[in-house]
Every structure is written in C-alpha cells, then in structure tokens.
Design a protein around this ligand. Structure first.
Ligand SMILES: [Ca+2]
Ligand SMILES: [Ca+2]
Length: 324
C-alpha cells in the first residue's frame, strides 16, 4: 500500500516534471530511487540550459552554486521518500517535501525564462530592460536559496526526531510492572510513579489509592486504566496539583479499559495525580509519558519523574486536553 502511495505521489511529481510516460513497473520496484533519478535528471537538464543560456549573465560561480543546490534538494527529496517508506514520517510530511521540491523546480524554470528574456533584451541593446531582468534574476536566485535552506532545515528536523517505530520500542522498553505501595490514601501519601505499568487494589478496608507523577512542559501523557476481571465499579480520575479533575471517566466495569491522552502545552507541566477512589478489586494503571520536546532522546521520560519536586508558585497547570 505504502509503495503504491509513494508511486502515485511520485508519479504526480513526474507529471509535474513533464515525464508523463514512465514505467509504472520501475516506480513500484524502488519508488524512492526512481523519484531521485528522474528529479536529478530533470534538474540537471535545467541547470545545463541555464549554463548554456545564462553562463555569461549569471557567472560561473552562481551556476555552480545552483547546480550543487539542486543536487542537494533532489537528494533531500529522496531521503524524505525513504523516511516515509520506512514509516518514519507521516504522509503529510512526505507531501510537504514534494510541494517544496515542486516550488524549487518552478523557480528554476522561472530563472531560465528570465535569463532568456535578459539575453533577448541584451541583443536588442535595451539596457534598462536588461537591468530590470537582472534584478528579477537576483531575486529569483535568492528565493531558490531560501527554499533550499528551508527544505534542508525541515529534513534535519525530520531525521533528528525519534521515528514512530523508535518511539514504539521505547514505549515497550519502559513497561516495567510494579505493585502499589500502601499507605497511599491521600495526596500527601501519593505513591510516586513514572512511565510503566502499575498494579493496585481497592478493598473494603482500602478505599483510595493516590499516585503522583511529574510532567515536563510540552509532554504527552497516555494513561490506560484497566479494571481486573473480578473488580466492581472502579473509578479513576486524573487531577492536577490543585486537585482539579482533568479527566474523570464513568465507572470502569470488570475487564474494561478507560484511556486518555493529555497534551501539555509548553507552559504547563508539574505534579499530577492519578486517583483510584471508588469501587473494589484489582486494577492496572498503564502510564506512558512522551517527551515531545526531547526529540532525539526519547528515553528521558521515565527518569525525569524522579526529579525533585519543583513547582513555581503561581504557574498554571492547565494543559490542552485531548483523548484518543
Ligand atoms: Ca490500594
Ligand atoms: Ca490505598
């Protein structure tokens, strides 16, 4: 399926390039290599025309710089394609790469057109017009530089962050199973927890279990609460430091799961509580904290929970709240 999407998207690029007749078989066998070969050939062709038509106008240095730049952007597009093919970036991100590439190509075409116009004006000895065209050419070359820089910065950020697959493996690696520690019957007694699976129980004598954890600004909290098979009417709530409910689903029946995902903005963060406060029987709390600002590390989430309690007075603990 993914190959087909790349092939289809690749075909669109190729249509943009004017390569309407193209072997579908080749595209499907190695889509990224095919896109790379075709975009490289197409850009080289355009640079060659520029060199022949506008070498004198643009100067050799500028032509060589453009040549290097277009090699780079074709290579970046191939990398983007491979990242998508390997499930490391989303389809939207792959499309964005293609849009940027197409924009670059259109600007190269425009540059060739402007160079041609400048040559004509020169032959006609209309020097005012030559100067006007040259200023347009200058601007166009600058635009190409900007597009190329943006593309490279985008690639850098796509390659720098942990891939979806990598995040999954981190998630699995962090799943240690621990048991609750009593007493944990109030905010003050709240058991400190971090990413992982926790097992606890409410009974006739033990009516409440409090858990405490710390979230960094910009992090994402994923919480799954699973009621044991012989549990009854268990209730869980997620509360902020001030004790306000951020999430409070209906009673969880035996064997059922309640899930939430909370995205904190860059100003939120601090101490939060998961509280199991009603019902009876065993349960499982599966907490996974993603550090979305920690691109590249991905493994920091668990460790940071154990850091000393550090809250600035007056800071807000509200975040954007979202559910699956
Ligand atoms: Ca308990
Ligand atoms: Ca308890």
């Amino acid at each position: 399926m993914k190959k087909l999407i790349i092939a289809t998207a690749g075909s669109l690029v190729l249509i943009g390039l004017g390569y309407l007749i193209y072997s579908n078989l080749i595209v499907q066998s190695s889509p990224c290599a095919s896109i790379f070969n075709q975009t490289t050939v197409s850009l080289e062709e355009k640079i060659k025309i520029l060199r022949e038509k506008g070498g004198a106008l643009l100067g050799r240095d500028k032509i060589e710089k453009l040549s290097d730049q277009s090699d780079q952007i074709a290579a970046d597009l191939k990398t983007c394609c491979i990242l998508f093919h390997d499930n490391k970036i989303a389809f939207d991100e792959f499309l964005k790469c293609q849009d940027d590439f197409n924009q670059y190509e259109r600007n190269i075409d425009r540059l060739a057109h402007l160079v041609g116009e400048a040559q004509v004006a020169k032959q006609q000895e209309r020097y005012d017009l030559v100067n006007l065209r040259l200023s347009h050419i200058e601007r166009n070359v600058r635009d190409l530089g900007v597009i190329s820089d943006q593309f490279q910065a985008q690639m850098k950020s796509l390659m720098g962050r942990p891939s979806q697959e990598y995040q999954k493996s981190v998630r699995i690696a962090q799943k240690s199973v621990i048991a609750e520690t009593e007493p944990n019957d109030s905010y003050n007694q709240g058991m400190e927890i971090s990413s992982g699976i926790l097992q606890g129980t409410l009974s006739a004598e033990d009516r409440q279990d409090y858990y405490r954890f710390e979230l960094d600004p910009g992090s994402i909290l994923n919480l799954d609460f699973t009621a044991g098979d012989d549990s009854q009417n268990l209730k869980i709530a997620l509360r902020n430091f001030e004790g306000n409910d951020l999430w409070n689903p209906a009673e969880t029946s035996s064997g059922a799961v309640k899930s939430t995902r909370i995205l904190l903005n860059n100003l939120s963060g601090g101490i939060y509580y998961a509280v199991v406060y009603s019902g009876i029987g065993p349960y499982k709390l599966d907490l996974f904290i993603e550090t979305q600002n920690d691109a590249g590390s991905g493994t920091d989430a668990g460790d940071k929970i154990t850091k000393a309690l550090a809250i600035e007075p007056g800071s807000s603990f509200f975040g954007e709240i979202g559910r699956f």
